[in-house]
Every structure is written in C-alpha cells, then in structure tokens.
Write a protein that binds this ligand. Structure first.
Ligand SMILES: [Zn+2]
Length: 87
C-alpha cells in the first residue's frame, strides 16, 4: 500500500476555524472542505486529494491551508462541472 504523500499545508498553530486532518495531516480552513476530502470507502474513511476536489492552497496568518479558490472563474468552472448532467 502506498504511503500517503506529505501534507502540502501546515500551520504553526490551529486557530479559528482551521482544522487539521489526523489522516493526511493537511490543514483546512473550514469544515466543508475538511468533510469533503474525507470519504467512506467500504467501512473506512480515506482522504482525497483536496486539489482534485477543487480546493486551493491559501496563505493563512500561521502558515498555509486548503480553502476555496479565490479565482471566481475557476469556482464557476467547478460549479458548472457539478451541474453538468443538467445539459
Ligand atoms: Zn485527510
């Protein structure tokens, strides 16, 4: 089984809404991103790559964290992908 990659985000201190995953070590700016990257596979939870979910590495006062991408065009593109079946 492949070793999980090193986390790409890190903070010196968890403050406010920041949460760090005990599975992959990544830091998230909110519960939504955190919950989305932890999915059930059978009877265990696994971590997905936040980048593949459309999240971006953002600067935080204490370091870096995953969060919503700031580029509105990128966000709109992701939203349209989600509703692709509507066409
Ligand atoms: Zn994780």
């Amino acid at each position: 089984m492949a070793q999980p990659a090193q986390p790409r985000t890190a903070v010196t201190r968890l403050t406010g809404k920041l949460s760090q995953c005990t599975g992959c070590g990544e830091v998230f700016g909110g519960l939504r991103a955190f919950d989305e990257h932890r999915v059930w596979r059978g009877d265990r939870r696994v971590c997905l790559d936040p980048a593949e979910l459309g999240y971006a590495i953002l600067n935080s006062p204490n370091g870096t964290r995953w969060g919503e991408p700031v580029d509105p065009a990128f966000t709109a593109m992701l939203r349209s992908k989600e509703s692709h079946q509507a066409t």
